[in-house]
Design a protein around this ligand. Structure first.
Ligand code: PEP
Ligand code: MG
Length: 329
């Protein structure tokens, strides 16, 4: 099977009836990177910067971050590299900045923490910008956004860091540092209803289906006791994803998916039927998702999606997906 799906490397990622899909990578620690080139993927849709912070016993310095971010911008020089700002809290604590809370997933996570610590946030953004001098592929992604004010404040800080760094590198009239694109993660359900109020402040959206599922269904994504309830195939989650795709199209804003659902064969097909054209996933899912897309017909996927949206349970969705996947081989 592995050989079969690897055979699609180098071939266009499109359905049998010509719908093109852009596959991108989710990456974490540096060590994964050398063999990633072989996967035939141009861009990084999600770089989870927090792992670098978690693997140390102190905050990485600005220079250390410049070095790390530069490596990945260099390795994926041909595509966008979407770097997410520090997303700690919840299940991802920093050993040297302990957070003690009753409900960490509803607490001081992601952008909430970094907006309270501008000295950490600004250093990270400056490092990203310094690493991108002379290139044009950095995009910055903001995690756990819940309010329009958080977007305003974060965008203001990105601009501030940009002007500081640009002053240093663009001073001789040469434009060596480009202003980065800014994106917002849609992973807190409240964002679904605020897309119009933040759209003109950002360049793109990226849907985090892992947290979106957790928060829509009120199920801790790591709690084994309720793991049976945690399911991105829940029809309510699928309706939300459809609504996000529709709203982003109306607003004319690019939207991609970077949660695990994009790396599951059935999930990828449902997302394509909803209108998503950029899917970002872990390295081990790339080959099989490319293969399944190349063996699917977009027209058949619409039928699958219609069934999924009227299903009464995730199990019913899964049945419909399994039937289609069995036909595909
Ligand atoms: C998500 O929530 O779907 C996501 C991509 O981010 P993380 O899994 O790192 O929270
Ligand atoms: Mg998340």
């Amino acid at each position: 099977l592995r050989e079969k799906v690897m055979g699609a490397r180098g071939l266009p990622v499109e359905t049998t009836d010509g719908v093109k899909v852009d596959l991108q990578l989710n990456v974490g620690l540096n060590t994964e990177r050398d063999w990633l080139k072989e996967l035939d993927v141009k861009g990084v849709g999600l770089y989870r910067t927090e792992f670098t912070f978690m693997a140390r016993d102190r905050l990485p310095t600005e220079d250390e971050q410049v070095e790390l971010y530069g490596q990945i911008l260099e390795q994926f020089a041909a595509g966008p590299v979407v770097m997410r700002t520090l997303d700690v809290g919840g299940d991802k604590p920093l050993p040297y900045l302990p957070i003690v809370e009753d409900n960490p997933f509803l607490g001081w996570r992601g952008i909430r923490m970094t907006l309270d610590h501008p000295e950490i946030f600004l250093v990270q953004i400056r490092a990203m910008l310094r690493a991108s001098v002379g290139r044009n592929n950095l995009q910055i992604l903001l995690p756990m956004i819940t309010t329009a004010e958080e977007v305003d404040e974060s965008a203001r800080m990105v601009r501030q860091a940009y002007h500081e760094v640009a002053e240093e590198f663009n001073s001789d009239g040469e434009q060596r540092l480009q202003e980065p694109k800014i994106g917002v993660m849609i992973e807190v359900p409240a964002m679904i209803y605020q897309l119009h109020s933040v759209a003109d402040k950002v360049d793109f959206f990226s849907v985090g289906t892992n947290d979106l599922t957790q928060y829509m269904l009120a199920v801790d994504r790591n709690n084994q006791r309720v793991a049976g309830l945690y399911d991105a195939y829940h029809p309510a989650v699928l309706h939300a994803l459809q609504q996000i795709a529709d709203r982003c199209r109306e607003l004319n804003k690019p939207v991609s998916i970077c949660g695990e659902l994009a790396g599951e064969p059935g999930g990828a097909l449902l997302l394509i039927a909803m209108g998503y054209r950029t899917l970002s996933m872990n390295s081990y899912n790339i080959d099989r998702i490319r293969w399944i897309i190349r063996h699917s017909k977009a027209a058949d996927l619409d039928g699958l999606l219609q069934k999924a949206l009227v299903a009464r349970s995730p199990q019913q969705v899964r049945q419909a997906v399994t039937m289609l996947l069995e036909q595909t081989g």
